[in-house]
Design a protein around this ligand. Sequence first.
Ligand code: GLY
Length: 383
Amino acid sequence: MNKSPNSLLEIRDSLLLAMDHAEKQVSEMTPKWPAGSPAPIYTVDGKWFRQKNVWTDWTPGFYAGMMWMLFESTGKQGWRDRAIEFSLPLEERKFDRDVHDLGFIFMSTYKRWHDLLEPGPERDKVASVLVTAGNTQSLRWKETGEDHYIFSFNGPQSLFIDIMMNIRVLFWAYRHSGNENLYNRAITHARTTRKYIVRDDGAAIHEGIFNPIRGEFRNLSTQQGYSPWTCWSRGLAWAIYGFHDTFLYTGEKEFLETAELCAQYYFDHPTEDGVPYWDYGAPNIPEEEKDSSAAAVIASAFLSMAETVPEKSDLYLDAAAKILNSLTTPGYLTVDMEGHEGILTQGVYHKPMGWGVNESVMWGEYFFLEAVHKALGLLRSAP
Ligand code: GLY
């Protein structure tokens, strides 16, 4: 970091308040949603909720992951113990071939656990869970036609933008096992994603559909966005974060360029408080809902990009500070909302289905906490 993060300094007190609030909310949540039981995904009227038949169970790692961050942030042994207690039941998901979400689940838990351990048998065991998860995730491989990728839970015809976050577990597993097949699949996936579902103006589209028999690209699509022709804001967030991490794992400039292209889309379509609407093309803006979770993911990515691209560190730090300034304000932060069980509200899970709209969402909580944790870390290490 070649500049002191002045804009973050101005919001230091708000960041500290947010961290305290997060600790309180997660503390109160754990007895109601204990380890080993299915975890909630979003709130309904401010109370944590889990549908009976979940569409896909992609978020329990974020719940346990917050406990790892609370341990990292507070140093309290109780958080480490709880983080382990809530992470262990997730281990069986390392064999789950039905979803494309193993990066979400394991990079937020076992990767954090691994990074806190000294070399030894415990670290080896944790690493082996990540390596197995990476191998399992790599098996959802669409190999017909010329363009290959890790396919979504919808089937081999479907490429999702959020899988950019999940190929991180393939890269991690490659580094720790030397299995080049994992690296090759992850990097190929990233190139196919860039080619078909990131537009040249930086917009990220949720889904690409390929011919299920011959494998060639057919059309753009969406599940959670407004349309195949509009930029779903959380998809944009996953693209910025995922392509940046892909650059960190590969050193290939094309991925940093893609992360920056998507970041530029964010800058080219500003909102007053830095928090995007749930889809950039939603028809009734400014009457549409914001998605605070997209903003949280983008803030966290920007804090890392400020280090990767030192000549633009002010741009990314200022943008992250602007988002965090907004998200730590009552209205987004639930601090003044008596009885609200979340940390951050005004998130959106699935607007077309009406799930978790204008509510707390588990990944929004996680990436908000990650961004706050990173920002406080930068402030501590600033000259
Ligand atoms: N399933 C990923 C997302 O909702 O962003």
